[in-house]
Every structure is written in C-alpha cells, then in structure tokens.
Write a protein that binds this ligand. Structure first.
Ligand SMILES: [Zn+2]
Length: 168
C-alpha cells in the first residue's frame, strides 16, 4: 500500500500460497519467503491499482489453507474498494467507458443489486452522472462480453499490459 516503494519490496518477497479463485479473483493468501509472515492479499487492479494486505496469524492462515475459510476483510469487491477509498486515490480514466469501470459496476451490482449510483460514484471516485451512465452500459450484456473477451486476451498475452488498458 502507498507509493513509497515499500510495497514493491514486500511484494517481491511474497509468494502466493493459495488463491481464493471463483468470483473473488482478486483474493489470495501470500507468505513472505524471508520471514514466513502470512498475508491476506487483495490485488485490486481496476480502480485503485494497488495491493491491499492484512497480516494473518498462523491460526488464521491455517484455516484458509486447510479449511478454505477466509477472513471477510476482502471478501466482496465493494469491501476492497472501500478500503482502497480510505487508503489511496482512484485512477483517472481517459475513456469514460473503460472496461475496468464497466466491469467493476457490473460486479458491484451482482454483489448488491440495490447499490445506488451515488454509492458506486463514491467507490469509483467519479461523478453520479458518470456512474449512472456506466450502470446503463453494464446492462448491455452482449456488448460487454465481446469487450471482456478482448480484454482477457490482452491480459494473457502481455501480463501487466492490463494495468495500462483504459488508463492514463
Ligand atoms: Zn517478511
């Protein structure tokens, strides 16, 4: 967390021990190769473009690994974005219909269908007019899937190219 280079150092020694997978694509359990500390990690690459980490004690890590019981800190995308909002600043998007924005709106509405345009605007660091338009766009499923397929190919082929996609 933060742009001071400490996060890069930490991430360099962090290995992924277990990915949550499924709907929670952002969530994994990481372990420091040097000191063996376990971390709950949310890799938020759409809106804040940060890794959020929570220190876990050995008992909590064991529960994740053995029983698949995860702490709920980063269990929904809304929670992850709230944490992002409290710690850092959102990315600015050149394209007001960037896939990162539309996909996020779609995920937030799947998690909590009654979420309002104002709440989405707040989480994404955009205006309510903008979030209202994104909500309309996220309803256009067919169009969406074409975009998403293209996006996945870019990501698989170029790794971190995805971070630059649709961003300043
Ligand atoms: Zn360490």
């Amino acid at each position: 967390m933060g742009g001071d280079g400490l996060d890069e150092k930490l991430l360099a020694t962090l290995e992924s021990v277990k990915k949550h997978g499924g709907v929670q694509w952002w969530l994994y359990l990481g372990r420091c190769r040097v000191c063996r500390q376990d971390w709950l990690v949310a890799q938020e690459e759409r809106i804040y473009d940060e890794h959020f980490l929570q220190r876990l004690n050995p008992h909590e890590a064991e529960r994740v690994i053995v029983q698949g019981i995860w702490p709920d800190t980063f269990i929904s995308y809304e929670r992850v974005l709230r944490i992002g909002q409290s710690l850092t600043n959102p990315c600015r998007f050149l394209d007001p219909r960037a896939v990162s924005l539309i996909s996020t709106v779609e995920d937030l509405r799947k998690e909590r269908p009654e979420i309002s345009a104002a709440e989405i605007a707040d989480l994404l660091g955009i205006g309510v007019n903008h979030s209202t338009k994104l909500m309309a766009a996220s309803g256009a499923e067919a169009d969406q899937n074409v975009w998403r397929r293209a996006f996945t190919v870019v990501k698989a082929a170029h790794g971190y190219a995805a971070k630059l996609f649709g961003r300043k």
